[in-house]
Design a protein around this ligand. Structure first.
Ligand code: NAD
Ligand code: UDP
Length: 308
């Protein structure tokens, strides 16, 4: 198949390019390089089945493709809050442009949604049927509400125009090719530990997240995209739940670092807990994660050792 990946030069997108090329597909990778980089796809530039296009998803685009994966959107809080209006535009206009293209060329289109649609959840763990607890006017809203509207657009194009959609809700994912200055917790802690700098735990560190290794996540993506039992949304994530203090301690142990843990103010609207209910992924995709946190962290630490 010919497959368009928006945000294909980012952390997840570049691994998805690798995976789909290895399966024999042709890839068009579209990215404006805001948080992604050519370095992530440098090894693919000579491949005749791979094409890179520098383009912004808020402007329309046209390609004859069979499938579209829409990943374009900054994912780390410092980056999506840097230009919040642009973040909302990217989610909303990016979704409209992908859906319009899918409608015209009859492609199946996949939306990278997020556990942020659950906000600071009052239901734990979070099933797809939970509608969420999202602040519409806070610092995180540009991302959370942008992604929620994107899901709405996907369902309305599906109901009104019969567009063939798939929606995944991604829980915190980590691995090689995260940017060292990305600002998300796993990359921050590893880079700080390797440099011998203080480990910055925001708040008291009792808030929880569930961390999925990138290879597990992408297997879930491809299974969701290529089955017909559900259009989603389907949660993909690792149900192992850790406090940020536990994560900091694991990183210190695995890097054998002498860095000290320091506490910094908790950002506004930071969700207190998050863990996916993956019943639907197990049922429809026969998917569950295989890589435990310590193993995934070791691979990610090995990558960052070559970068810092
Ligand atoms: P990332 O920041 O590494 O990748 C995002 C990519 O989108 C980058 O290459 C960036 O340059 C590109 N991009 C941003 N705005 C664009 C625009 N207007 N036009 C074209 N390209 C644009 O982040 P990631 O972790 O790889 O996330 C990929 C997708 O997965 C995002 O949509 C994100 O919201 C979603 N997601 C990721 C996680 C996670 O834990 N990694 C969790 C939930 C959702
Ligand atoms: N966090 C932290 N130190 C950091 C970066 C993040 O303690 O240097 C915390 C952050 O407050 C949040 C959790 O780690 O509670 C996950 O943050 P991240 O930005 O990775 O993702 P998100 O909040 O979007 O889940």
């Amino acid at each position: 198949m010919r497959i368009l990946i928006t945000g294909g030069a980012g952390f997840l997108g570049s691994h998805l390019c690798d995976k789909l090329l290895a399966q024999g597909h042709e890839i068009v990778c579209l990215d404006n390089l805001f948080t992604g980089s050519k370095a992530n796809i440098a090894h693919l530039l000579g491949n005749p089945h791979f094409e890179f296009v520098r383009h912004d998803v808020i402007d329309p685009f046209k390609y004859e493709v069979d499938q579209i994966y829409n990943l374009a959107c900054p994912a780390s809080p410092p980056h999506y809050q840097y230009n919040p209006i642009k973040t909302t535009k990217t989610s909303v206009m990016g979704a409209i442009n992908c859906l319009g293209l899918a409608k015209r060329v009859k492609a199946r289109v996949f939306q990278a949604s997020t556990s942020e649609v659950y906000g600071d959840p009052s239901v734990h763990p979070q099933p797809e049927s939970y509608w969420g607890n999202v602040n519409p006017i806070g610092r995180r809203s540009c991302y959370d509400e942008g992604k929620r509207v994107a899901e709405t657009l996907f369902f309305d194009y599906h109901r009104e125009n019969k567009v063939d959609i798939r929606i995944v809700r991604i829980f915190n994912t980590y691995g090689p090719r995260m940017h060292p200055n990305d600002g998300r917790v796993v990359s921050n802690f590893i880079v700080q530990a390797l440099k011998g700098e203080n480990i910055t735990v925001y708040g008291d560190g009792t808030q929880t997240r569930s961390f999925c290794y990138v290879d597990d996540l992408l297997e879930g993506f491809v299974r969701l995209m290529n089955q017909d039992a559900t259009v989603g949304p389907v949660n993909i994530g690792n149900p192992g739940e850790f406090t940020m203090l536990e994560l900091a301690e694991q990183v210190l142990k695995l890097t054998k670092s002498k860095s000290k843990i320091v506490h910094k103010p908790l950002p506004a609207d930071d969700p207190k807990q998050r863990r996916p209910d993956i019943t639907l992924a197990k049922k429809y995709l026969k998917w569950e994660p295989k890589v435990p946190l310590a193993e995934g962290l070791k691979k990610t630490i090995a990558y960052f050792k070559t970068k810092v």
